[in-house]
Write a protein that binds this ligand. Sequence first.
Ligand code: TTP
Ligand code: MG
Length: 545
Amino acid sequence: MEAESTLDDHSRTIIHIDLDCFYAQVEMVKNPELRTLPLGIQQKNIVVTSNYIARQYGIKKCMLITEAKKMCPNLVLVKGEDLHDYRQTSYKVTTLLQKYSNLVERLGLDENFIDVTSIVNEKIEDSTRIDIVGNVFGDISDLCDCGCSDRLKIGTNIAQEIRDQIKSELNLTTCAGVGHNKLLAKIAGSKHKPNEQTVIFPNSAVELMLSLNLVSYIPGIGTTLTEQLGSINIKTVQDLHNMDFVKLKNLLGSEKAKTVHDLSFGLDRTPVKSTGKPQSIGIEDSCKSISIEKEVREKLRQLLSRLLVLVGEDGRVPKTIKLTIRKFDRKSKVSNRETRQCNINTTLFNPKDISKLTETNENKILTAIMRLFNKLVNTNKPYHITLLGLSFTKFVERPSAKSTLTKFLIKDIEVQSITNIENVQETKTTPDDSPSTSYVENSETEPEPTPKKCKFSDFIAKKRFLRDSDDCASPSKLRVAELRLNSTEKSMDTNQNISCPPDASEEVFRELPRDVQQELWEEYKQTRDRDKVCSNQLKKPNQIV
Ligand code: TTP
Ligand code: MG
């Protein structure tokens, strides 16, 4: 019995981009001298990848160093355990791809799917004759006439454009696959490597799947499923095609059986899901056994400072920190990983540069981390830590970089060194409202004792908050400059005292230049009603749309 026949939808155009020998390329970009040498990237005693010169010597991914050295005695090895540069490059690639579509899905560090259907549909209007760029998998003498052929042809042009841009901006070569679904695009892309691209038209989907030969090579079919299929003698894609569907259903249940069956025919309806920014940013280091608390703290301090660099590059403000440890039990000779996390007060971070913590704030975060450590490890008994990891797991966006009147003013005021409003920046941080779960320790770090703000800074902060959450209403810096100029002229006409907004400290207000006073008063008047709303909403920032 056959699976229920599925009508295939050819309406989408999807590109899969895979960076060539990714870690090795990043190292070659950093050190171009490596380009002409056989290069392997070493993690522990394994070559995790190698450049294409090394591959000519038979070096394969995950080969033991000893074996690789035998095959290629001149192999240059670069340590690839610190993933920082690879992650950073990976995000640069994704960011570049996001210019082409908002549907970009990351798969690991070096692969991305891009749904380019919208651009294709725009381009198809003006296209008369469309040439295919790159390789084609299969026969194109009998293409489908639903319009997908032209769409996919345009897709090949877009893929080339994207790859050219990745090369020119990041100096990285890639492979691309173009298809009407993710599965076919990914497999097609692997057909010509490195630095090439391949399109697959729907009429060749079955042929492409059969070309994989083994079911284990079908993306989405992992080890467990391969073993399950093996138990009823399904080893190849052809075996799967010949299999009675009822038998498959009995083995896997109807839903999984249908998915596996569909995949084997190149059918895949899963959407390209926009990945966005990572949900967590972390690093970990394995180490020789650490058994002294002071050493743990020192190691964590180093990890924290490396982690802050990553978070600084990401740009968001972290709200939760997670500690991971691996304990080695000498008796049982077993290692266990454990994690614990706590919230951190976002005001500890400098919103201008997250990577730079004051010493006091660094110590506060470290103390919180050590508290987590003490919950995971009884330090009164001997212990052996063989891995320490830190990650930030929840984030809030930094204050918008768009100009607002208040930011403009704050900048000016800072320049004028009126120090009693220096804490204004801190009021923009979002209150920590993350739900606590059983494993989340709330408020592990004491909130920074917020210095008492003068009423004036509250006034500015309130307005700033309102503006930030209402960008459309934010005047541009230019418009503000004009406004200031006008108000300066106005204030010159009169020697009368300008009224001080009721929320502001009279003392501070009087120290401000007259034009700024004027502007603040006018601003106050204009936004008086909105400020009322804002002061309510400040308590519930999530409700501000
Ligand atoms: P891959 O895409 O599998 O390989 P690659 O990009 O190095 O080479 P190709 O040209 O064939 O695409 O993996 C991406 C990176 O992931 C790779 O550069 C190194 C890393 N990696 C590991 O850390 N561990 C592993 O077991 C494998 C296979 C890769
Ligand atoms: Mg790759």
